[in-house]
Structure formats: structure tokens, C-alpha cells
Write a protein that binds this ligand. Structure first.
Ligand code: LLP
Length: 430
């Protein structure tokens, strides 16, 4: 078993950076999400260092996809490191601003934005709206005109490439709800360019998530390049090309894309195209990574409540559940689960790790060989992306605490919810 960077066993005790996972569970209880600050910064730097080295070719900007993990401390860390942000709601907009992110570094993605959300984003002066339909463009034009503002827009184009990932997280095929069909893109740009209150500044796409191959991304890049040429021929000039997010991470034994290698290939392709067809004129490149910045930096700590060996399966009921980590049941996702102490005094058995929720779908891992006793602590790894962000209060379960480790220091970055908070906004009938 290969642990993610900054996770290691020392004297049989699982540590995150310099802190024992058991000490975190002791102090903050379980279930608790733990993030390594160094791992977050290392993942960001893999993008940032390559982007910074790009020099004067128009620049490259990393816009963190907030949906992957929207904790304020995570956003603050990336804002301080120089990230822009990709948001999909007014809620995420407010979070980025509260965390100290710059409004003009924000891209607003998503297939449905309310007029209110459009107004809020215009008021603070975001960097770009990624518009997904002509209807949305018309609505945005009306909102911008009423507010006396000019909305910077890019059209999210659906390049119809197969990202070869889980169908729930593939977004770039013709049949998906996302983006403007590639064949309609030039005429859509023409229509949008003619709308008052909008300034066309870019093109963008996002073909899917947890991608393990560069080829589909390069295919999408080629299609966007072709589109930008067609737009230039039609007299429409854009200043940026946004390739979206999507780089996968290692949950188990997957071979993943190296960030620097992927960026290098994109830069090389774009620079060759610009020198051949645009006299070397620079174009800005944008990326919207989510999972690859935060996924391997986080773990979910949990405690074994009950062991229930059975005739067909052995169940270990833990205190984390599908409301804390939905990915296994929603996507059949595989997360490594490791003991917090590696030197248990009991023999290993095959266990199904399940939560206390009243659903058969409430499971975190199937068929894992673990030496388990009741009360033992476990860590579900690579849970930093789409873990806490997708959590809920199902079965009236308060959401987990979140802790960030920095060397030997611990920062509680979200309190564990209390039961009273769960119904604080409900009303009894008179
Ligand atoms: N940009 C846009 C427009 C997106 O829709 C997404 C993710 C991203 C960027 C970031 O993609 P990433 O780099 O994280 O792959 N909940 C699922 C993943 C859903 C992804 C949705 N869109 C999961 O847990 O696997």
C-alpha cells in the first residue's frame, strides 16, 4: 500500500505531516476530515510552478474548482498562493470573497445561473462568466444592461470527446447537458457577440473528471484551437482558452497524469499553433482543477462502533457514513482504508465497512482485509475532494469537523455541527 504524500506510519502510528492521526481523533472526535497543508500546497505548486515558468506567452492561470472542497481555510490557502477560482453558485462566490480571493480571478461556470447570482457576480466584478447556452447569454445580457455593466463572457463548448471516465462525471459528450454543441459554436458566438452588455473574451470546455489519460484533453484542446481559428475568421477574437479541470488522482493503483507533463504538452501545442497561425500572438490559458489539488491531501478519520461478523459477509459498522462520504455509494468509488495503528493484536479478516445509516447503500468500502477490534480508528484516504463538499445531514447526522495539519500544528477549520444547529432553521406549527 502506497500512502499519499505527507501521510506515513511512524512507530506503527499513522501520521499526517508531524501529527498522529490518533491525537486528532482524541482532540476533535470522529468522524473528522483531516487535510495536510503541505500536501495542498504541493499539489498547487505542481500547476503553479509550470504555469509561472511559461513566461510571456500570454500566461497561464490556475483557477481552483471550489466545488471539490470549499472550506474557507482551503480557499484562503490557495488564494494566498496566487490561485484564481472556478465557482458554480452565489454561495461559492461568497465563500471565495470571504476567504480573500480576488473577484477578478473568478470564473463563474455552471449550466444554470439565477439572475440574482448573475447580479452578485457583476457587482463584485468577476473575471468571466462561462456561459452554457444562448438563453443564458440573453438573460445575462438583460441583467448586465439593467445594472449598467459589461459582463465578460466565454462560451462553454461541448467538444464531443469521450473522457473515458465514470458516466456521472463525464461531461464532454454530445448527450450531456453541459455546454454548447461544438457544431453550433461559431453561430452561438456570433449571436452572443451581438448582444448588448456582453464582452466575449474566451472559449472554454470541461470534458469530465478523474481523467487518467491526456489524450482526450488534447483532443478537446485541438477542437478549441480549431474553434478559435474559425472565430478569428469570423472577426471574433478571444483572449483566453480555458481547458477546464479533470486530472485524476491515485485512489488505489491507478496510473495518473503528471500535472507538469500535461501542462507542458498543452503549452507546446498552443505555442506551436500561435506561431504558425497567429504570428506568435499570446493567448492566456486557464485551468480549473479541483480534485487534483485537494483529493490526496485529505482523509476521513472514523471509529469502529460495532463488529458484526456474519455467515456471508463481515460488517464493521463505523461512525462515518454515506452522509459524510457519498462517493462510494454514488459512483462505486474505491477509497483506501487504513488502520490508524498498524500493529493490531487481532487477526485480519475480510470486512465490509458500513455506516450507521438505514440504507443498504450506506457503505464506505467492500471486502477489505483489516485487523479490527471495536473502538479502533481507521482513516479513509484520498477523501479531500468531493468528500465534505458533498456531505449532508441525512438521518439527522451532524456534519463532521474539519482539521488542517500544518507541520506539528493543528487548526480546526470547521467545527463539528451540533444537533441543535440541524433544526435551528425549522419551525413548529403554531
Ligand atoms: N470545471 C468544471 C466546469 C467542472 O464541472 C468541474 C467538476 C471542474 C472544473 C473540476 O473538475 P476536477 O478537476 O475536480 O475533475 N463529485 C464527483 C466529481 C464531479 C465533478 C464535477 N465537475 C466525484 O466525487 O468524483
Amino acid at each position: 500500500m502506497k500512502l499519499p504524500p505527507y501521510f506515513a506510519y511512524r512507530d506503527g502510528a499513522l501520521c499526517i505531516e508531524e501529527v498522529a492521526a490518533s491525537a486528532i481523533a482524541e482532540r476533535f472526535g470522529t468522524p473528522t476530515y483531516v487535510y495536510s497543508k503541505a500536501a495542498l500546497l504541493r499539489a498547487f505548486d505542481a500547476y503553479q510552478a509550470t504555469c509561472a515558468a511559461r513566461g510571456p506567452s500570454g500566461g497561464a492561470v490556475v483557477c481552483y474548482a471550489v466545488k471539490a472542497n470549499s472550506n474557507l481555510a482551503v480557499l484562503q490557502l490557495f488564494a494566498r498562493a496566487g490561485a484564481g477560482f472556478d465557482i458554480v453558485s452565489g454561495g461559492e462566490l461568497a465563500r471565495v470573497l470571504a476567504a480573500g480571493g480576488r473577484a477578478d480571478s473568478i470564473l463563474f461556470s455552471g449550466v444554470g445561473k439565477s439572475p440574482d447570482e448573475m447580479r452578485q457576480a457583476l457587482d463584485v466584478g468577476i473575471g468571466c462568466f462561462n456561459v452554457e447556452s444562448l438563453s443564458e447569454a440573453r438573460q445575462l445580457s438583460a441583467v448586465a444592461n439593467a445594472a449598467g455593466k459589461l459582463a465578460p463572457v466565454s462560451l462553454r463548448v461541448n467538444p464531443d470527446v469521450d473522457a473515458r471516465t465514470h458516466p456521472y462525471i463525464a461531461t464532454g459528450l454530445k448527450e450531456s447537458k453541459f455546454g454548447i454543441p461544438y457544431a453550433d459554436a461559431v453561430s452561438a458566438y456570433r449571436a452572443v457577440a451581438a448582444l448588448p452588455g456582453l464582452a466575449v473574451i474566451g472559449v472554454d470546455c470541461h470534458i469530465g473528471s478523474q481523467l487518467l489519460e491526456v489524450a482526450p484533453l488534447m483532443e478537446a484542446l485541438d477542437k478549441l484551437i480549431e474553434l478559435i481559428d474559425a472565430l478569428a475568421a469570423a472577426g471574433i477574437f478571444v483572449g483566453h482558452l480555458d481547458l477546464g479541470g479533470g486530472i485524476g488522482i491515485r485512489y488505489g493503483d491507478e496510473a495518473t497524469i503528471e500535472t507538469a507533463e500535461y501542462l507542458g504538452r498543452v503549452f507546446e501545442r498552443v505555442d506551436r499553433w500561435r506561431s504558425e497561425r497567429h504570428d506568435g500572438k499570446p493567448i492566456r490559458l486557464l485551468f480549473e482543477p479541483g480534485r487534483s489539488l485537494v483529493g490526496n491531501a485529505g482523509a476521513l478519520l472514523m471509529r469502529t462502533l460495532v463488529l458484526k461478523p456474519g455467515p456471508v459477509r463481515n460488517f464493521a459498522v463505523v461512525d462515518a457514513a454515506m452522509n459524510d462520504l457519498l462517493r462510494p455509494t454514488l459512483y462505486d468509488a474505491w477509497h483506501e482504508v487504513v488502520p490508524v495503528r498498524s500493529d493490531a493484536g487481532v487477526p485480519a479478516l475480510q470486512w465490509d465497512l458500513v455506516g450507521p445509516i438505514c440504507e443498504s447503500g450506506d457503505w464506505l468500502a467492500h471486502d477489505r482485509s483489516l485487523a479490527l477490534a471495536e473502538g479502533d480508528l481507521l482513516a479513509c484516504l484520498s477523501a479531500g475532494a468531493y468528500g465534505m463538499a458533498m456531505s449532508s445531514n441525512y438521518n439527522s447526522r451532524p456534519r463532521a469537523a474539519e482539521v488542517m495539519v500544518d507541520g506539528q500544528s493543528l487548526h480546526l477549520v470547521r467545527d463539528r455541527e451540533t444537533v441543535a444547529q440541524l433544526f435551528a432553521h425549522e419551525h413548529r406549527l403554531p
